[in-house]
Write a protein that binds this ligand. Sequence first.
Ligand SMILES: Nc1nc2c(ncn2[C@@H]2O[C@H](COP(=O)(O)OP(=O)(O)OP(=O)(O)O)[C@@H](O)[C@H]2O)c(=O)[nH]1
Ligand SMILES: [Mg+2]
Length: 567
Amino acid sequence: MSSVRVHFLRDTLTPFLYPTLLEQSAIGSRIASRYQFKASRARRCNSTTTLADSIPSRPGIHHTFTANTAESHLNPSPDSYSLTPFTDRCTLLLQAGAGGHGCVSFVREKYIEQGPANGGDGGSGGSIYIQAVRGETSLHRLARRGQVKAERGKNGQGKGQGGERGNDLILSVPVGTVVRELWRHDPIAEEEERQRKERMTQDPNQESTGKEFRGDKWLLYPGAMPKSFTPDDLPQLPRARRSHLIAVQPQAPIRLDLDTPMERPMLLAAGAMGGLGNPNFVTKERPNPKYATRGEEGIKLTLQLELKILADVGLVGLPNAGKSTLLRALTNSRARVGNWAFTTLQPNIGTVVLDNFKGRPKLKAARRSGEPRTNFTIADIPGLIEGAHEDRGLGLGFLRHIERAAVLAFVVDLSAGDAVKALKGLWTEVSEYERLRGEEVNAETEARTTWQPLELQEAAAAAAKKDSDALGFYPMDSDLPELPPLTMPPISSKPWLVIATKADLPDTQENFLKLQEYLSAVRDGTDEHPSGKKNAWRSDVQALPISAIRAEGVDRIPEMVVSLLND
Ligand SMILES: Nc1nc2c(ncn2[C@@H]2O[C@H](COP(=O)(O)OP(=O)(O)OP(=O)(O)O)[C@@H](O)[C@H]2O)c(=O)[nH]1
Ligand SMILES: [Mg+2]
């Protein structure tokens, strides 16, 4: 480190208090010089003379304070940011493709006037699949669509030509998406139930009592009027058929946690089977059947998709604490930064590269699986305010994005009052979120049973009397095995650290000292964990003073995070 820099730091920060700012590693210097270079380039483009302009620039010497005055990657103007559309929750109506109709057709050739039946079967409908892929980061595209429908199978044709299959549809969702089924309408199950009831009430000696023409099931020869068909002209309606794909469809109600990228798509709703062509109904008695069956209707599902971003580190802090600036300092993120509360309105994700593949890794780390770790991701979420659990500010909803982070980084602003109080307040909100989440999971587990079509109908009918919108209703059946709830380790058991920002500002040292004292008391067990939980993680909790705007001290963060990630 150059003497100019040390001298500068001595002027502003107390070296014994903020030793990390003086122990700039090679990475830190490179980060600082990169941003310094950008800052100086920005200055050159800007005709306004700043204090920094008056200092002669020498290679290898960093005038770190320039970032405060000139616009740079770390001190951007509020309109210098990139914003991609983002939605983390949506409800989607899926409809599997209906089957194509069977065909009523007969061979007609020069010397064959009344040829045999040759209508083809209808093609089956397209199925709907889901796949968690790395490239997707948001559910906004699906949210905009609202409903998705797989293609219908084509109708069968003459000369025994079967209809083509409908095209399948793949829903690409981000890794970390949780899928919950809210409602389903399975026409095949309903038909099976109806046929079962009919068989039970039918007199076995009298084959066709109570039969009526089902226009929704039968397709008649062109020109043939339903009236000219007495029920006895038609055979027994064939059993409703299901696609063989049903075997690989997840058990209802669907509940998936797509927390890893999927190599192959997973089936959500199999397409319906096509109808039967008229050759299927040829018998001795009826050699020329003038009817075929219609294709089955596709299954309908309402699913709720919820994205819980899977970042390694989650930044939690009050509004304006400097989270987005920190994310910019550590990664290539272009998160919005502004000197007011709630600048960030949606999560930002950044990747810290540990190995730049240009020789030796900057930092050696391994994943739990043993493979080398070349990067880790950080999620910056909107700021939390006191009472966020009562829906104040932007509420607690965004905490779902750090719920699954392996490490939590609490970002506290040293210049904005008591850092210990701020930290405790943040933990209170996190604990409150965890409590509410636990209640939600319990309520869901209690209400969940395996899907039963008949009961669903009856229960839905009963519920519809009370409430016309019977969506999301599941009948209770205590005999059926319950699905295991999606369990997650408690947030308080996660390793965490405190990043004390804005250490470049005057009169922040005392605040930091108090924070350090408090954390050492938490470590020793003399003070309780800020979450108030007994078995919470506290073994090696550290606070790190940094100045994100000057990229100082931030080079220690990857090191600390990696050691916690490996914990
Ligand atoms: N002096 C100083 N200012 C900083 C530092 N880090 C951030 N700031 C400033 O603090 C203000 C808020 O920074 P942001 O990064 O937008 O804060 P945030 O926590 O993301 O805020 P929200 O998105 O509203 O929650 C900006 O004006 C930054 O320039 C720092 O280390 N030192
Ligand atoms: Mg922000």
